[in-house]
Ligand binder design. Structure first.
Ligand SMILES: Cc1cc2nc3c(=O)[nH]c(=O)nc-3n(C[C@H](O)[C@H](O)[C@H](O)COP(=O)(O)OP(=O)(O)OC[C@H]3O[C@@H](n4cnc5c(N)ncnc54)[C@H](O)[C@@H]3O)c2cc1C
Length: 336
């Protein structure tokens, strides 16, 4: 079977689907190809968390400003595609609260003291399952369940061949394949960029317990309201790609989270995902040096936070528009 969308996006995680929805909204016919099943995006907690991510990483003011600008794209993006964005802030319990408030303030975030820690209005959250479904239904977007096996260039178009033998053609493709190995047929520079993405396994545990009023974070743990319960996370295991749940770790984390909440609850099956990271922890997003080839990869711990920014950068590159200032920091060939 053959069809001719304007753009083929390979990978239906948050980066692939945000990019597809953005392109669809700009009038392109977009086909997204993905075999389906869980991925990093469906495992995630859905925090849109520039403030606490920067506090945990002791980030620079420049990195904090970029993450904040990425967050600020969320209200319009969520409204455009009908995603549930909750702007209820975050509570933090940790050592030396005055120093933490001073660091947040130096990075441009608001924070104030609470009896036990600090609270900031700057971190938000999104329901990841609902958001992935809504993005897959965005106008102009068609999702096909299939795994791409190889790429080739054919008369100035990309030929995209699936493992099941189906083939599609498009002048433009976006590679949003998470931590997957480079696809056969990728030009060397793009293949090197894809191969540089490092896996970081993460696991979080859903627990049925009355949720706290907003996300609660400590140095080793976070608890995020999710439906009528919470998700408690998350591990960070560099170099691991296996997705077998670690039940002992899940039980330990659930116990620690419930102790923090002072409540009893029941843990559900853990969710495991593999985050992809570039050497500087920012995505590889934009034009990949070969006509019609664009990347949307490696958002590390902040794929949800960065989804709308990556989508805008990639869509602008496809349309040949002037790049937004943050596009340079995401240049997919910056380590080449
Ligand atoms: C436990 C955990 C908690 C997290 N919490 C948060 C959070 O609160 N906030 C936040 O911002 N981020 C969070 N993250 C990080 C975030 O989830 C990731 O950065 C993001 O999901 C990565 O998205 P992606 O689109 O790059 O990759 P993925 O979601 O992995 O999607 C890649 C897709 O590509 C597809 N694919 C691969 N190869 C092929 C092929 N050959 N053909 C077709 N399709 C292919 C896969 O099937 C997959 O669906 C968390 C991650 C984990 C693991």
């Amino acid at each position: 079977m053959a069809s001719s969308p304007d753009v083929i996006v390979i990978g239906a995680g948050v980066l692939g689907l945000c990019t597809a929805a953005e392109l669809g909204a700009r009038g392109h016919a977009v086909t997204v190809i993905d075999p389906g099943g869980p991925n990093a995006s469906s495992a995630a907690a859905g925090m849109i968390a520039p403030a606490l991510e920067c506090l945990s990483d002791d980030s620079t003011p420049e990195r904090a400003a970029l993450l904040k600008r990425a967050r600020d794209r969320w209200p319009a993006f969520a409204e455009a595609f009908g995603l549930a964005l909750t702007r209820d802030g975050v509570d933090w319990l940790g050592p030396d609260i005055p120093a933490a408030i001073a660091r947040l303030s130096a990075m441009g975030f608001s924070a104030s003291r609470t009896p036990a820690g600090l609270t900031s209005p700057d971190d938000w959250r999104v329901d990841v399952g609902g958001a992935l479904k809504a993005l897959a239904r965005a106008p102009g977007v068609t999702v096909i369940r299939s795994a791409v096996a190889r790429l080739s260039e054919d008369a100035r178009r990309w030929r995209v061949e699936a493992e099941d033998g189906r083939t599609w053609f498009a002048s433009t493709i976006v590679l949003a394949t998470g931590v997957a190995a480079p696809l056969p047929g990728l030009p060397p520079a793009a293949a090197a960029a894809v191969a540089s993405v490092e896996p970081f396994r993460g696991q979080l545990t859903p627990v049925s317990v009355p949720p706290p009023p907003r996300t609660l974070r400590t140095p080793g743990l976070y608890i995020v309201p999710a439906g009528s319960g919470v998700v408690i996370g998350a591990t960070m295991e560099r170099g691991r790609r296996d997705i077998e749940p670690d039940l002992e770790e899940a039980a330990r984390r659930a116990t620690a989270g419930l102790a923090l909440l002072g409540a009893e609850g029941e843990a559900g099956p853990p969710r495991v995902g593999i985050r992809g990271a570039s050497p500087d922890g920012l995505p590889l997003a934009g034009f990949a040096g070969e006509a019609g080839l664009h990347l949307a990869l490696a958002p590390f711990r902040n794929g949800w936070l960065l989804g709308p920014l990556v989508a805008e950068v990639v869509a602008d590159g496809i349309e040949g528009r002037a790049p937004v200032p943050d596009a340079a920091a995401l240049d997919p060939l910056r380590f080449a």
